[in-house]
Design a binder for this molecule. Structure first.
Ligand code: 5GP
Length: 179
């Protein structure tokens, strides 16, 4: 397959049907685990946006959302350094709240380690992680991911919120480049 707008050849790694089925399961699990709690879904921009909006439609419990935008240094060597700059902070304090981070992908784990250290200092009641994709082979730091959509091989993926040079986030499935 070749994208009509960018001419980039790709194949589907995880289909739209597979994504939506797994997100439904995650939604049911999170709804059960957080019943009766003051749940805040904290989406890491930009990659987590499509996952957030589909996941929240599968939750049967009340919740709020907020957004954190970070820029990670070191991407040019295809490995984040863990030095993260906050580009957009949360709108409200998280002290005493049950916070669930919604992330597109965990790769080395550096970015999430840095983010969780910053957020834990703000004293939430709990802080857990939900990642759509987990590239477990590339992990450099041990960070527990509480909810995982799919474990994937060490390949660069895009679509469904994840970018290829800032484009193709709109694909409704997860793709890998071919050729
Ligand atoms: P980490 O700090 O875990 O190495 O990096 C996590 C971040 O790197 C993700 O939030 C995402 O922005 C980016 N990233 C890692 N692997 C991929 C990938 O295969 N595709 C895309 N588009 N971004 C990735």
């Amino acid at each position: 397959m070749t994208d009509d707008l960018t001419n980039i050849p790709y194949e589907t790694l995880i289909s739209e049907t597979q994504l939506q089925a797994r997100i439904k399961e995650l939604g049911q699990q999170i709804s059960a685990d957080y019943a009766g709690q003051d749940l805040l879904l904290l989406c890491i921009l930009k990659g987590g946006v499509l996952f957030l909006t589909d996941l929240m439609r599968q939750l049967s419990i009340p919740h709020e959302i907020d957004f954190l935008a970070v820029s990670s240094y070191g991407k040019e060597v295809r490995e984040s350094t863990g030095v993260v700059r906050i580009l957009k902070d949360l709108d409200k304090p998280i002290k005493g709240r049950s916070v669930l981070i919604i992330e597109d992908i965990v790769d080395t784990g550096h970015t999430l380690t840095y983010i969780t250290n910053i957020l834990n200092a703000r004293q939430p009641a709990s802080l857990k992680l939900c990642a759509l994709l987990d590239k477990i082979e590339r992990r450099r730091v041990n960070i527990p991911v509480d909810y995982i959509g799919f474990t994937i091989p060490d390949k660069f993926v895009f679509g469904y919120g994840l970018d290829l040079d800032e484009k193709l986030r709109n694909l409704p499935f997860i793709a890998v480049a071919t050729g």
